[in-house]
Design a protein around this ligand. Structure first.
Ligand SMILES: Cc1cc2nc3c(=O)[nH]c(=O)nc-3n(C[C@H](O)[C@H](O)[C@H](O)COP(=O)(O)O)c2cc1C
Length: 220
């Protein structure tokens, strides 16, 4: 599976991943507000889906359930197979609006957003989570449980804290705890920079699948 990487490109990167065996590709995150207000670039560039890239998931972010409902309907109309919601992005510009990793600390809002995405699109919805805001914080695990009870078909889990900003060792043992606790597929992201590391993460976590991010770029 190819993980979302904002700013890295869109469907031609996904097609390349497909060509090299990815079972599912996910777009970079797309603003639900941009789609709601019909922003031309957001709609034209980010909702473009190539016929050869199915199954494809479009990732959305935002802090408002009603905007998410409208955006999700547009994603379904564009032909996506799944919607993934970003609730793990640590970037300040995103978090200060209440989206991304800020939702780890706002579970009621997070669940309402996921429900709205599912209802608005009629598609299966997955959510990408980080472990929490800071070391020792397990908010991501608690939120995963709530989301799965309510609206969500699967979890993509990046077992680092938002404060790590994608640096440091991912906590695969923590990921294994989540895999064990949930009845839906859990996909692992983080630190998959070689075949060996990917095999180790797969084995140690018992995950349903792995998401390749930085490890898939440069030398696919
Ligand atoms: C430049 C950059 C952009 C990213 N953009 C997104 C994004 O749009 N959506 C998302 O869910 N994750 C995004 N991520 C996180 C990756 O999908 C992935 O979870 C993270 O890099 C850990 O995997 P890795 O250590 O194998 O790279 C981004 C990471 C980087 C470094």
């Amino acid at each position: 599976m190819l993980a979302p990487l904002a700013g890295i490109g869109n469907w031609f990167v996904r097609l390349q991943a497909k060509r090299h065996g990815a079972g599912l590709v996910v777009s970079e995150m797309v603003s639900s507000f941009g789609l709601k207000y019909g922003d031309e670039r957001t709609t034209r560039e980010f909702l473009r889906i190539h016929p050869d890239e199915h199954p494809v998931s479009i990732q959305l972010f935002g802090h408002d359930a009603e905007a998410m409902r409208i955006a999700a309907a547009k994603v379904a109309e564009a032909g996506a197979d799944l919607i993934d919601l970003n609730m793990g992005c640590p970037v300040r510009k995103v978090c200060k609006t209440g989206a991304g990793a800020a939702l780890l600390d706002d579970p009621d809002r997070a669940v309402a957003i996921a429900r709205a995405a599912r209802e608005g699109s009629g598609l299966p919805v997955t959510v990408k989570l980080a472990s929490g805001q800071r070391p020792g914080d397990r908010a991501g695990l608690h939120l995963a449980q709530r989301l799965v009870e309510d609206a969500v078909a699967g979890i993509a889990f990046h077992p680092r804290h938002a404060s790590q900003e994608h640096r440091g060792e991912p906590d695969y043992d923590l990921a294994a705890t989540l895999v064990e606790a949930l009845d839906v597929p859990v996909v692992i992201s983080g630190g998959l920079s070689s075949d060996e590391r990917a095999a180790e993460a797969f084995e140690r976590t018992g995950a349903a699948a792995l998401m390749l991010a930085r490890g898939s770029l440069g030398n696919p």
